[in-house]
Design a protein around this ligand. Sequence first.
Ligand SMILES: NC(=O)c1ccc[n+]([C@@H]2O[C@H](COP(=O)([O-])OP(=O)(O)OC[C@H]3O[C@@H](n4cnc5c(N)ncnc54)[C@H](O)[C@@H]3O)[C@@H](O)[C@H]2O)c1
Length: 449
Amino acid sequence: MPNTSDSAKPDSTKPTPQIQPAEGKLGILTIGMGAVTTTFIAGVLACKKGLAKPIGSLTQMATIRLGKRTDNNSPKINDFVPLAQLDQLVFGGWDIFSENCYEAAVTAGVLERTLLDSIKDEMSAIKPMSAVFDQEYVKRIDGPNKKAPASKMEHAEALIADIENFKKENGCSRVVMIWCGSTEVFHHPEAVHATIESFEEGLRNSAPQISPSQIYAYAAIRAGVPFANGAPQLTVDAPCLVEYARARNVPICGKDFKTGQTFMKTLVAPGLKSRMLGVSGWFSTNILGNRDGEVLDDPGSFKSKEESKLSALEQIFQPELYPDLYKNLYHKVRINYYPPRGDAKEGWDNIDIFGWLGYPMQIKIDFLCRDSILAAPLVLDLVLFLDLAQRAGMRGVQEWLSFYFKAPMTAPGLYAEHDIFIQLMKLKNTLRWMMGETLITHLGLEYYD
Ligand SMILES: NC(=O)c1ccc[n+]([C@@H]2O[C@H](COP(=O)([O-])OP(=O)(O)OC[C@H]3O[C@@H](n4cnc5c(N)ncnc54)[C@H](O)[C@@H]3O)[C@@H](O)[C@H]2O)c1
C-alpha cells in the first residue's frame, strides 16, 4: 500500500533526540555591538517590558501544525519545543569601540530615543569586552577596545577566558555566540584551514590566513559554545572548524543573515520557477548609509557580500536543469554607500522575465527596508534554536537553519537549498522530528478517500 497521508513518520534512521530542559540563564554573546546587535538587544528588553512585540521572529510568533489538517492542532513553536524564554537571556559581547550598548544604539540611529530611554539602565550596563581585531580583514574602521598584541592562539585563549568569566559573573548555565561584527574581506579556505591540526598550528604561528572571526569561532567551539555567523565571510565555513564542531558536539551555522534584497529574491525566484517563467536578467542595486555600508565600500568586504548574494539565484533556478529558461541569466549586484540613508536601506531589483513563446516582461521591486529591523528577529531565533540544538545533542552544521541565511552552510558536497519555502518546511519538520511528531509532507490524499 502506498503511503497516502500528508504526514509521515519521522525518519527512523535518526531516533528522536532526548532534549535537556532549558533551565537557568542563557548567555548571548555577540561579536560586534553595532546596529544589528543593539537593535536585537533593545528589542528583547522592550518586549520583556511589554513595550513592543517581537515581530519577525518565528520562535516568538509562529505556530506549527501538528497531525492532520482536520486535527486543528497548531501550537506556537515556543509552546511546542523547549526554548529558552526571553526572561532567561543575558547579553554580552565584544567590540573594538568601548561605547556601552545604549551609546552604541544611539550611534547606530536605528531605534527612537524614547524607546531607548525606557530601557536605558539595562542597555547601559552591557559593555563590550575588548576585541580580537585585525585591520587587514576590515579596512575601513578601527577602534581602541582591542586586546593587546599576542599570538592568535593566545587571543583565542583570551576569548575563552572571556566566555568563562561572563558565564560565571552572570550565573549562566549555557552560552551561545553569534557574529554580528563587520564583514571581513573575502578569502578562500587555504591549507591552514584543512584540518584542526593545521589550524591550531596556524594559530600558534599567527598565520595571516586566519581571520579574527575564525579565532572567535575556534574559541567558541573549544569552549563548547554554539556559533552562528551572520556575516558573509568564511569564518566557521572551513573544513577544520566544521570537523572540530562535530568532534566537540557543538552546533554551528551560517552564513550572512537573509534580510532585505536576498530575502525578496528567494521569495520571488521560486515563484517564477514554479510557473516555468524564464529570466534573462536580474539587476539588484542598494543604497545604504550605516557603518555596515561604510565597511562594504571596501572592495575586499564587498567581494564577500557579492559572493554570498549571487549564490541564491543560481541554485534556485538550476540552469543546468532548465537551460531554456535560465541559462543566459545575467545577474548583477551592486551596493552603494550613501550616508544620508543611514540604516534605512533602499534596494531596487529590475527583473527581466519572459513567458509563453518567449515574450518579454519586467518586474520592478523597490524595497524601502530597515536593515537592522529585519536582522534583529533573525538573531533572536538563531540563538534560541542553536541552544535548542545543543540541548538536543545536534552537532556540526545545522542545515535546518538555512532559512535564516543568504549562503547556507551544508554538508560537504551538498548544494545549499535557497528556496525559502523549502527552507521553512525543513525547519518545521526538524522541530517535529525533534519532538517525535509525524512530519508534514502535504500529500493529503487521505482527505479524499
Ligand atoms: N542588517 C542586515 O540586514 C544584515 C544582513 C546580513 C548581514 N549583515 C551583517 O551583519 C553584520 C553587522 O551589521 P551591522 O549593521 O550591525 O554593522 P555595524 O557596523 O553597525 O556593527 C558591526 C560592529 O562590529 C564591530 N567589529 C568589527 N570587527 C570586530 C571584531 N573583530 N571584534 C569585535 N567587534 C568587531 C564594529 O566595531 C561594529 O561596531 C555585518 O557584517 C553585516 O554585513 C547584516
